[in-house]
Design a protein around this ligand. Sequence first.
Ligand SMILES: [Mg+2]
Length: 221
Amino acid sequence: MTPVRAVLFDLDGTLHDRNATVQGWLSGHMERFGLPAGYAERFTELDDYGYRPKREVFPILIGEFGLLHDSDSLLDDYQSQLLAAPHLMAHALDVLTRLNANSIQTGIVTNGLTGWTGAQALCIERLGLTPLFDTVLNSVNIGFSKPDPRIYTLALERLGVSAAETWFVGDSPKNDVWGPQQVGMRAAFLPTGHALSGETPDAVLNDLRDVLQLEGLAVPA
Ligand SMILES: [Mg+2]
């Protein structure tokens, strides 16, 4: 069995508890705009764990709830307030500290957002993750996105490790399980978002602490 030398992580839904961040923002947003009951739940559905562009979401909400608000002002509130106080995923700090202490290399591989290219960098900074990682790959700066195999290969090159020595950890079945496996990495699925649909992760995590128990990773608990 090849010893593991690196772990790559997705950001949203993996290191960033985006669901918690969205719920926190929604309570302030509802108050600031005097929005009706049911709006927060409907936003959460339409948002699709962040995958649906908000430029589409707010006009739908305005239509469905018969709101008189302007969709640009709702969108501005989202972009200016969502990441005011982002939530770190449970156990992220402890797990990353232990990986660092055991000389396991770490990286973030994240897809940027259409229309809000600064979001990922801001989120990483506010979560305090920068000093815990050897490399950060943001599709916005690189020119290709997960699941394009080039982004995973570039991450391996930057860390100087092989695919066989690396686990990928994330919540997207396509981008964080299927994609990394195509270049030969093992993939650990953290089910905080979309369900698997035919993808076969090499491990399924209950929470981030399980990263320390992945096959080939000898990190004392
Ligand atoms: Mg994600």
